[in-house]
Every structure is written in structure tokens, then in C-alpha cells.
Design a protein around this ligand. Structure first.
Ligand code: FAD
Ligand code: AMP
Length: 480
């Protein structure tokens, strides 16, 4: 019997691969999607890092822990009190697990509805056969092997956490993102290495439940990729939450002993010691390609181990594409999904498109942080003349009514054309507010365009409206 053959095989069912697979099927292609991820029950769990151990479970725990923290610390201003609030960690984690199951199961249902054929196992691109196209070997969890073929193969193998050689993950004392999302109890002292997106989000979760959280960040600046005005507000508020963020502090050694994990780090004053009960290492992620590529398949990796692709996500090998965290660009779920859609459309002979200049970034701390487009530094470095408008949530009625009047919206527009070049926010609900700015930027809109759009009152979106007005020094509810 001949091997099954498809129009497209996706290797990896994270947000890049599964979204691309569904789009390809919508376009009438015969699609397979291979994924190796197993859930807690040992069965296939589609959805990759994002649905299993990333975006969705972290947001579930952030939401639960936020409710608990508010109950303990800020409901009293509303006149609400509760005696002896407690957190039941198994219920807290169980709710997250249910949400994960709902969404990973949802991908399986979507595959069925769209006639995408799932395979459970590890896929390896073998190379091209002149009669049958690209060959992919699948090794199932029990070791059985089969080969399937397709005209096109899309590599969407994602990323894994970077491990420090002197602080190897053991899932008990030294944690990666997956084990930090699955603790059985609140650690008394939690160390976090890396004050990036993942470290800040997961550090916030356990701090809100009562952990003493100490974060070590090697770089001297807090959130160096964000606008400095935004990062300053975030640093102040996270400090108020009780996150002890030590900047310029580089971990050099971590030893697991009976009484905890003993850390040795260096800062401007020299060598320092710290003992914690659990250590989360969140120093970034790396592209994952282990076992993915036969030695002679022709696909190249760059110096950081990422699959080399051109601006159309093509690897240069006939019919072989790559998307998501496994390739260059920001490691964000929505970036991978858009690449998946674009590749499916290119394969189907349509005009796919990803605008890398308007990808929004969101950090789901309290307050939330979000931005899209250029920072002031990038504009200065590029010699682009710009105007700045900003507006504080302290003057937004809805934010005050919510007792969340912290932060600001800052808008950067071209000094001559007024085109919006970047928007940077910290404050309540900014993960949602950034979408309006992305739409405006995608349509090459100006601050004047946003300034003349009617925004509902009272809403948080009025901060965007007023920041747009402020670019032209005509904000209504603040001095200009
Ligand atoms: P992945 O999601 O990593 O999926 C790749 C899949 O391929 C996996 O299931 C893997 O098992 C499988 N695979 C790999 N190799 C093979 C092979 N050879 N054969 C078969 N299967 C294989 N991003 C956001 O945009 N917003 C967020 O809020 C956010 N929060 C995050 C929170 C945490 C804690 C973490 C860790 C990440 C977060 N991210 C977030 C990042 C986001 O999860 C990734 O950018 C996204 O999952 C990348 O998608 P992907 O499809 O490229 O890869
Ligand atoms: P992100 O890439 O957003 O996940 O952030 C990871 C952070 O970890 C970066 O800000 C790095 O500077 C930081 N980092 C990397 N290695 C170390 C280390 N050994 N000690 C402290 N911080 C580190």
C-alpha cells in the first residue's frame, strides 16, 4: 500500500501550525498536521506551547490570582470585605487545566470540522522524492514509524525554554514555565531569573498568592524593549505589588540543597547569595528543531538555531516553509498564526500577507503593558521627526470608577505627515486598547484620524482618544 499523500503537511500544531492547517483546509487543500505534545493524560494535546503551557494557562492563573489579590488588598475601597480569604491551590490549578483541555480539545474539533488529518508523534522532514514530493517520517509515541508525503511541508516546531547550564530544570526545585504553571502549593520564597515577559507574568501570579518573589535580571534597564516612560510606571507598580526586581544581577550558580535553592549572583557590589524554595528560570526561549530535519534535507539553521526563511517564510528548499517561533521575528502566538495563514494562502496561489511593523506586544501584568510600532529611541536613531501625545488614566472617569486609574497612553506620530508611528501604553485593559491603534496604523492612519473618531463615554478607550488629541496639543481633560 502506498504512503498517504497530502497537499500540505504541517509539522507542529501550535498557534502557527494549527491555524495554518485550518486555513489551508479552508482553501480546499488536503492537509495533515503532526504534533508530538502529550497532555497530562498522555494523550495528544493539540495547540502547542501556547494552549498547553503558555499563553492560555498563564492567563488563566493571572486572572484567578488577580481576583484573589484584589479580594485581599483592594476590595475594601468598594466597601466589600471578606473574612479570612484563602486560596485553594488544587482548585486554582484545576480551573487552569480545565481551560487548557477545553481549548486543546477545541483544536481537535476544528481539525475534524475542517478535515485536517492529525498525526500524533514526531515528524521528520526526510527530503524530496521525485515522484511523491516531500517525505515526512512520523515516529509515534510507541516508536512505530510511518512515512507520509506532500507537495508542501510547513515546519512549525516552535520553541522551548532556554536552560542555564548551572541551573538545569528538574521540575521540582528548578522550574521552567510548564512546572511554574503547575505548582501544588504557594512557594514561600520564589526566585525568578529573567525579568522578561514570562518571568514578570509568572512572578506576578505567585506573588499575588503570597510568595516572596525575588527576580534577578542581568540587564541594567527594566524592560529595555519597552518605552522608558511605560517601563517606569510598570516598575513602580510591580514594586508596589511586592516583586523585588534586582537589575544588573546575573545568576552564576544555583545549588539545590535540603533547605532550598542556593543562588550565587553578581551585581554592581560583587558576589551575592540568596536562598529560595523554588527557582523559575525564565531567561528566554530558543527555536526547537531537534529530530525535525534529516541531515541532507537542505533546510538551513542560523547561528541561533532558527530555521532560515525569506520574507515569505520559504526555506529555499522546494515546497518547504517554516513559521512561528522556529523562525526569525518576535516569539508571539499571533505572529506565528498570521504566518501560518499567509503560507497557506501562498501555497494555494493567493496573496498572503504579514505586516511585521504592526505586531502588538502585550504583557499581562497589573497594570497591563502594550505597544505597537516604533519606540522614540527607534525613531531618533532612524532620524525620523516625530510628535508625542500622551494621556494619563488618572483623568479617565471609567478608570477612576474601576479604581484602576494608573498609567498612560503615549502616541508617536510623524512630525510632518501626522501618521501614527507607535503607541505605548501601561494601564487597565491596554491589552484590548492596543487593537484600535493597530487598526489605525494598518490603515496608515494619522493621530488626527483617531482624534476625530467618536469614542464612547465613559470608557478606557477615551485615553487613546485624548492621547491622539494631545499629539496636536488639544487634549480636553488635561493641560497641553
Ligand atoms: P509552539 O506553540 O511551541 O508549538 C510547536 C508545537 O510543535 C509543539 O506542540 C511541539 O510539541 C510540536 N513539535 C515540535 N517539533 C515537532 C516535531 N518534530 N514533530 C511533531 N511535533 C513537533 N505569546 C503571545 O502571543 N501571548 C502570550 O500571552 C504569551 N504568553 C506566553 C506565556 C508563556 C508562559 C510562554 C512559555 C509563552 C507565551 N507566549 C505568548 C509565546 C507563545 O506561546 C509562542 O509564541 C507560540 O506558542 C509559538 O507558536 P508556534 O506554533 O510557533 O510553536
Ligand atoms: P525574555 O527574553 O523576555 O523571556 O527575557 C529573559 C530575560 O532574562 C532577559 O531580560 C535576560 O537579560 C535575562 N537573563 C538571561 N540570563 C540571565 C542570568 N544568568 N541572570 C539574570 N538574568 C538573565
Amino acid at each position: 500500500m502506498s504512503d498517504p499523500s497530502f497537499d500540505v503537511i504541517f509539522i507542529g500544531a501550535g498557534p502557527a501550525g494549527y491555524v495554518g492547517a485550518i486555513r489551508a483546509a479552508q482553501l480546499g487543500l488536503k492537509v495533515a498536521c503532526i504534533d508530538a505534545f502529550a497532555g497530562k493524560d498522555g494523550k495528544q494535546a493539540l495547540g502547542g506551547t501556547c494552549l498547553n503551557v503558555g499563553c492560555i494557562p498563564s492567563k488563566a492563573l493571572l486572572d484567578s490570582s488577580r481576583q484573589f489579590h484584589n479580594l485581599v488588598h483592594s476590595f475594601d475601597v468598594h466597601g466589600i470585605s471578606a473574612d479570612n480569604p484563602r486560596i485553594d491551590v488544587p482548585t486554582f490549578i484545576g480551573r487552569k487545566d480545565k481551560i487548557v483541555k477545553q481549548f486543546t480539545g477545541g483544536v481537535a474539533t476544528l481539525f475534524k470540522a475542517n478535515k485536517v488529518t492529525p498525526f500524533f508523534g514526531t515528524g521528520k522532514l526526510l527530503g524530496s522524492d521525485k515522484d511523491r514530493g516531500n517525505q515526512v517520517e512520523i515516529t509515534s509515541p510507541d516508536g512505530a514509524k510511518q512515512t507520509i508525503s506532500a507537495t508542501n511541508v510547513v515546519l512549525a516546531s516552535g520553541s522551548v525554554p532556554i536552560e542555564l547550564p548551572f541551573a538545569k530544570f528538574d521540575g521540582k526545585a528548578i522550574l521552567d514555565n510548564a512546572s511554574a504553571l503547575d505548582l501544588a502549593e504557594v512557594p514561600k520564597r520564589l526566585g525568578v531569573i529573567g525579568a522578561g515577559v514570562i518571568g514578570l507574568e509568572l512572578g506576578s501570579v505567585w506573588r499575588r498568592l503570597g510568595s516572596e518573589v525575588t527576580m534577578l535580571e542581568a540587564l541594567p534597564d527594566f524592560l529595555g524593549a519597552a518605552d522608558p516612560d511605560i517601563a517606569k510606571v510598570a516598575a513602580r507598580e510591580l514594586k508596589k505589588l511586592g516583586l523585588d526586581i534586582k537589575l544588573g544581577a546575573k545568576l552564576g550558580k544555583a545549588e539545590v540543597k535540603k533547605d532550598g535553592v542556593h543562588l550565587t549572583y553578581t551585581d554592581k557590589d560583587g558576589e551575592q547569595q540568596l536562598v529560595v524554595d523554588k527557582l523559575l528560570v525564565a531567561v528566554g526561549r530558543r527555536a526547537y528543531t531537534e529530530g525535525l530535519l534529516a541531515a541532507d534535507c537542505g533546510v538551513q539553521l542560523d547561528e541561533r538555531g532558527r530555521i532560515v526563511v525569506d520574507e515569505h517564510c520559504h526555506t529555499g528548499v522546494d515546497g518547504v516553509w517554516a513559521i512561528g517561533d522556529a523562525v526569525r521575528g518576535p516569539m508571539l502566538a499571533h505572529k506565528g498564526s498570521e504566518e501560518g495563514v499567509a503560507v497557506a494562502e501562498w501555497i494555494a496561489g493567493k496573496a498572503g500577507h504579514v505586516n511585521y511593523d504592526t505586531i502588538p506586544w502585550v504583557i499581562y501584568t497589573e497594570p497591563e503593558i502594550a505597544w505597537a510600532g516604533k519606540t522614540e529611541k527607534e525613531l531618533k536613531d532612524a532620524g525620523i521627526p516625530y510628535k508625542v501625545g500622551s494621556f494619563p488614566f488618572a483623568a479617565i472617569g471609567r478608570a477612576v470608577a474601576m479604581n484602576e486609574a494608573i498609567g498612560q497612553v503615549k502616541m508617536l506620530a510623524h512630525a510632518e505627515t501626522d501618521r501614527i508611528l507607535g503607541v505605548h501604553m501601561v494601564g487597565p485593559g491596554v491589552s484590548e486598547l492596543i487593537a484600535e491603534c493597530v487598526v489605525a496604523m494598518e490603515f496608515k492612519g494619522s493621530s488626527e484620524d483617531l482624534a476625530r473618531i467618536v469614542h464612547a463615554h465613559p470608557t478606557l478607550s477615551e485615553a487613546v482618544h485624548e492621547a491622539a488629541l494631545s499629539v496636536d496639543k488639544r487634549a480636553i481633560h488635561k493641560g497641553n
